[in-house]
Ligand binder design. Structure first.
Ligand code: NAD
Ligand code: ZN
Ligand code: ZN
Length: 356
């Protein structure tokens, strides 16, 4: 099978011909139909985080495909089912976090495309207990961004504890953010979209954002606070940039909750006085549980959320990474394994809009 492999951090991925994995007991093999390219894949290939994957590895954790083989003892899925192989590749199932439906923070969790090989390959070995079940009516390329970007932002919005009619700020309107805006609107929230790129803000507006702010303009936070009557009740920070974090906290209303989702390497200073005096909650959020996954997919199956996808072939992965690094992806690139050239029009359009 063809696979794009990280053999050294910070270096281009290398295309390799590898053996198709074999399903052992309680394992399945999935034939990949589509895989979204998340900014996390870029962090993974760059070795950005303290916990690094073991080299070599195959990134990709927004993989959708068809179960092509099942090992002994597998009952939850069968050959021919369409599943997603997500970031939460597996968890222990027995610790206090797994038992309380917080399997995302299981200390023994494995991560797809990170500690286990992922979807930048024609076949993936997966744990049937942790794959996403893709509802009928969602195409593989549509479903792909939902199993990380969609799930993470849906869960992140819930973690802000906002209620219908309240304000949420979504900082970073790329792969994650463009879905966050749609989930927030579907959940009855008022949305401020914040980005540093006016093209992203135009997309945000077309997806239903009530107000948009370019974080590069000096008075954006003052205006946001004024126009929302004191700041937003929730803030969801998806930007892969440290500058967005202090800014995001400044957008919060008194007693507001800032949910941190973006994972740029490094730390950011917390404005202690403001956080204490305004009783602001700062909370990390990491993908979502299997129950969150089912809920996040249901929104899309009901037509309330739709990923904006640009289809590309696997062999272009290094060029895609370069564009992602430079903010030159409109929303989400999805690797299309079934029909590489089906979206030429979309591809050309994206290249025109984002050409330097
Ligand atoms: P992306 O590149 O598609 O989108 C990032 C967006 O942020 C772009 O629109 C960019 O213009 C914008 N941006 C950059 N700097 C900004 C700033 N200072 N203020 C406002 N906006 C800014 O990336 P993505 O795939 O959406 O991923 C975003 C981040 O989320 C990454 O760091 C990724 O690793 C992380 N992530 C975390 C989780 C989790 O579970 N916590 C899950 C998935 C991704
Ligand atoms: Zn991701
Ligand atoms: Zn566990």
């Amino acid at each position: 099978m063809r696979a794009e492999v990280v053999e050294a951090f910070g270096k281009p991925l290398v295309e390799r011909e590898l053996d198709i994995p074999i399903a052992g007991p309680r394992q399945i093999v999935v034939k990949t139909e589509a895989c979204g390219v998340c900014h996390t894949d870029l962090h993974a290939a760059s070795g950005d985080w303290p916990l690094k994957p073991t080299l070599p590895f195959i990134p990709g954790h927004e993989a959708i495909g068809i179960v092509s083989a099942v090992g002994a003892g597998v009952t939850i899925v069968k050959e021919g089912d369409r599943v997603g192989v997500p970031w939460l590749y597996s968890a222990c199932g027995h610790c206090e976090y797994c038992l309380s439906a917080w399997e995302t923070v299981c200390p023994d969790a494995q991560f797809g495309g990170y500690t286990r090989n992922g979807g930048f390959a024609e076949y993936i070995l997966a744990d049937p207990d942790y794959v996403a079940h893709i509802p009928k009516g969602l195409s593989p390329t549509q479903a792909a961004p939902l199993i990380c970007a969609g799930l993470t932002t849906y869960k992140g919005i819930k973690e802000t504890d906002t209620r219908p009619g309240e304000w949420i700020a979504v900082s970073g309107c790329g792969g994650l953010g463009h879905l966050a805006i749609q989930y927030a609107k579907a959940m009855g929230l008022l949305v401020c979209a914040v980005d540093i790129d006016d093209k992203k803000l135009n997309l945000a507006k077309s997806l239903g954002a009530d107000l948009t702010f370019n974080a590069r303009s000096a008075d954006s936070i003052t205006r946001l606070i004024k126009e929302t009557g004191g700041g937003t009740h929730g803030v969801l920070i998806t930007a892969p940039s440290l500058g967005a974090f202090s800014q995001g906290i400044a957008m919060a209303r008194r007693r507001g909750t800032c949910v941190l989702v973006g994972l740029p390497p490094g730390d950011f200073p917390v404005p202690l006085f403001d956080v204490v005096a305004k009783c602001i909650t700062i909370r990390g959020s990491f993908v979502g549980t299997r129950q969150d996954m089912a809920e996040a997919l249901a929104f899309a199956a009901d037509g309330k959320v739709k990923a904006d996808v640009e289809l590309q072939p696997l062999e272009d992965i290094n060029a895609i990474f370069k564009r992602l690094e430079h903010g030159d992806v409109a929303a989400r690139v999805v690797i299309d394994y079934v029909n590489n050239s089906s979206d030429l029009e979309n591809k050309q359009e994206a290249q025109e809009v984002y050409a330097h």
